[in-house]
Design a protein around this ligand. Structure first.
Ligand SMILES: Nc1ncnc2c1ncn2[C@@H]1O[C@H](COP(=O)(O)OP(=O)(O)OP(=O)(O)O)[C@@H](O)[C@H]1O
Ligand SMILES: [Mg+2]
Length: 264
């Protein structure tokens, strides 16, 4: 039985994300619908415009990165774009490394250059004319990564660029003058239960079935936040009786915010 007050498991380091996704664990029709819609917009909206920025917003742990990963590997995105790059630009990113990453994605060469202005010049010239470029900027905290660093060099290249930004901050999306913002919504209770079950012990599936009623009540306290559900799954995974799940439900020492502070 989990001890009362065993939440949270604090972790203050923002992770460096990659484009890789553990697809079998992703649940919810919500994610598929949003991925299809955004892929459609990225490809078909105002094709004549050279640069367009789209944003995925929402609070911590709501599923922004997961959705962006789905879009990055969406079959239509794979087919349409010639160059794709995924860059995590959380608080402490390096401008130089970011410029180099995009140059390499375009099969360009930056040699040993370490000067920002030179790398921006290389970036402007490393694409083949008419190429379609898809760039994900993940976990953006400040608009200047686009406004001051990438916008001008990419505008000067003779290409079509679609940028997908994920950010917790609406202001950042507004400052980047995004063409469209998708706000990630909470998972439904049905999807929340589905998600919880995927993170529980497969061999104990029958036992969990009889705990669904309590599980749903616990999930109502998680309010459809995938990060919170995942943290809760780590607790519920270790307990199998009605009384133990009831104790978790009645435990008032945990809250959605304490679950969001723990490792997902
Ligand atoms: N639909 C889903 N199905 C299963 N797991 C999910 C789903 N959405 C998110 N998750 C999981 O929940 C956790 C939080 O999701 P994610 O990292 O996408 O959130 P985020 O909004 O990017 O958070 P942050 O603001 O901290 O970057 C991750 O471990 C992710 O794998
Ligand atoms: Mg994220």
């Amino acid at each position: 039985m989990p001890k009362r007050g065993c939440f949270p498991f604090p972790n203050n380091n923002p992770p460096q994300t990659s484009s890789l996704i553990n697809d079998p664990l992703v649940v919810g029709r919500e994610v598929d619908v949003a991925a299809n819609e955004l892929a459609n917009l990225l490809i078909f909206e105002k094709v004549e415009e050279k640069c367009r920025v789209f944003a995925i917003t929402g609070m911590k742990g709501i599923g922004k990165t997961t959705l962006a990963q789905k879009i990055f590997y969406h079959h239509e995105i794979e087919n349409y774009f010639n160059v794709k790059a995924w860059a995590c630009v959380t608080q402490t990113y390096s401008e130089i490394e970011l410029l180099k990453l995009i140059i390499r994605a375009a099969k360009g060469s930056h040699g040993n250059t370490k000067k920002k202005i030179e790398l921006q010049n290389i970036l402007s010239n490393c694409f083949t004319s008419g190429q379609r470029v898809f760039l994900v900027l993940e976990d953006v905290r400040r608009a200047d990564v686009w406004n001051d660093l990438l916008r001008v060099p990419l505008h000067h290249a003779n290409i079509s660029v679609r940028v997908l930004v994920t950010t917790r901050y609406e202001d950042v999306a507004n400052d980047m003058e995004v063409a469209y913002t998708h706000q990630v919504k909470e998972l439904s209770i049905e999807s929340s239960w589905d998600m919880l079950c995927r993170f529980l012990d497969k061999e104990k599936e029958l036992a969990y079935g009889s705990l669904k009623e309590l599980g749903v009540k616990i999930l109502e306290r998680c309010r459809g936040h995938p990060h919170a559900i995942k943290s809760m799954a780590r607790v519920l995974k270790k307990i199998f009786t009605w009384e133990e799940w009831q104790n978790v439900l009645l435990d008032d020492t945990w809250s959605i915010s304490s679950l969001l502070e723990s490792d997902p």
